[in-house]
Design a protein around this ligand. Structure first.
Ligand SMILES: C[S@@+](CC[C@H](N)C(=O)[O-])C[C@H]1O[C@@H](n2cnc3c(N)ncnc32)[C@H](O)[C@@H]1O
Ligand SMILES: O=[N+]([O-])c1ccc2c(c1)CN[C@@H](CO)C2
Length: 266
């Protein structure tokens, strides 16, 4: 079933509209920075706290399924020389490229995210400095397919020191076996002992992005932990967020969000 399922996923993503996706998930009400009871501040806090230990660092970090968003890279950019963004769709890679180049005035405004991240990191870093730092480190934006044994093809010379991924694997896998295979595939991109920070949807079955209605394989906390253990990771930290009714706005049926910090067993 998975092969046909994967082809159906690829077909459904042809209608994915980055702007609609950003509107649904990264504008109010979900982009409410007034309290950590809201989803976006919770995600940024998880990432900031994970990097603040200084334990997750190195030359290269790869973001799996970047999409049209950069929030997931804001706290990482102090700890890596190079950040590699990846996505299956050219329209999403172009959104990131346009943001990096900063020429297109219609770019999505990430400044509230950058300002909030600087605030919770507490280093007094001016947000425009963080913005420029990330843009400078985002030197490669590559095509990726997590269902391939070599997700980046031959684009990668050596394994990355760390991986980040947000709302990708469960949103592109028709079932649990393909989710597990995709996790094994992307694990080949990570060095032994390397860290993987993943954010994802709990118990979600679909989400909307303009004309596209994307299927999501519902995963529970236990499912996620089991998948990582089967792919050769030790779970360092796991936390989850329950979606409040005020943020259930019809763009998906997500019930919660998970954050896992896992380390690839050397
Ligand atoms: C729900 S979006 C997540 C976007 C972003 N990371 C975020 O945090 O909002 C899922 C992303 O997975 C990408 N994608 C679709 N099929 C994929 C595949 N086979 N391999 C890797 N990424 C894929 C989509 O283009 C989309 O950008
Ligand atoms: O609440 N949020 O901040 C938020 C952000 C992104 C996404 C969701 C929720 C739920 N759906 C996923 C796609 O499967 C994308």
């Amino acid at each position: 079933m998975s092969a046909n399922g994967i082809a159906a996923v690829a077909e459904s993503y042809q209608k994915f509209n980055p702007r609609a996706y950003l509107q649904n998930n990264y504008m109010p009400p979900r982009a409410n920075f007034t309290s950590e009871e809201f989803a976006v501040p919770w995600k940024l806090r998880c990432l900031a706290d994970a990097f603040a230990t200084g334990e997750i660092c190195g030359r290269t970090l790869i973001d799996i399924g970047t999409g049209p968003t950069i929030y997931q890279l804001l706290s990482a950019c102090d700890y890596f020389e190079e950040i590699v963004a990846t996505d299956y769709l050219e329209v999403n890679r172009a959104e990131i490229q346009n943001w990096v180049l900063g020429e297109d005035s219609s770019c999505f405004d990430w400044s509230p995210y950058i300002q909030y991240t600087c605030k919770i990191e507490g280093n007094g870093e001016p947000w425009k400095e963080k913005e420029q730092k990330l843009k400078k480190k985002l030197r490669r934006i590559l095509p990726i397919d997590v269902h391939q044994a070599k997700p980046l093809g031959s684009s990668l010379s050596q394994p990355a020191d760390a991986l980040v991924s947000a709302f990708c694997l469960e949103a592109v896998s028709p079932d649990r076996p393909s989710f597990d295979r995709a996790l094994r595939n992307v694990t080949t991109l990570l060095k032994p002992g390397g860290h993987f920070l993943m954010i994802g949807a709990l118990d979600e079955s679909f989400y909307l992005a303009g004309e596209a209605k994307l299927s999501v394989v519902p995963v529970s906390e236990a499912d996620v932990k089991e998948s990582f253990a089967k792919s050769g990771y030790r779970t360092r930290n796991f936390c989850s967020y329950v979606m409040p009714p005020s943020l259930k706005i019809g763009v998906d049926d997500v019930q919660g969000i998970f954050f896992i910090h896992a380390q690839k067993i050397a």
